[in-house]
Design a protein around this ligand. Structure first.
Ligand SMILES: [Zn+2]
Length: 96
């Protein structure tokens, strides 16, 4: 069972939506990729074990929640928490 999760573009705050399943372990949304992380596009299998994040292209990759949203046309990056990586795990904001 999947359900939509929304994220904001860090540049223009366009809302994008991604169907996700299971436990969510999102680390951050950033305008630039994290060093050494593997990103896939929204069309690829971002739930696979190889994917460590998703590369959005704001407003032009079909992920915008509002189909009329133009976005800024620039990429931004959703990074998942990597399994078994204590450094990344410690970055989870436990307050929410
Ligand atoms: Zn944008």
């Amino acid at each position: 069972m999947t359900y939509p999760v929304t994220y904001y573009c860090p540049r223009c705050e366009t809302v994008v939506e991604l169907p996700r399943d299971g436990y969510l372990a999102d680390k951050s949304v950033t305008p630039h990729p994290l060093d050494g992380w593997t990103y896939v596009s929204v069309d690829e299998d971002y739930e696979s074990d190889e994917a460590e994040g998703v590369r959005f292209v704001c407003g032009s990759d079909g992920s915008a929640r509002d189909p009329d949203a133009e976005g800024c046309g620039r990429p931004f990056f959703l990074s998942f928490v990597r399994r078994g990586t204590t450094e990344a795990g410690s970055a989870i904001d436990v307050s929410r």
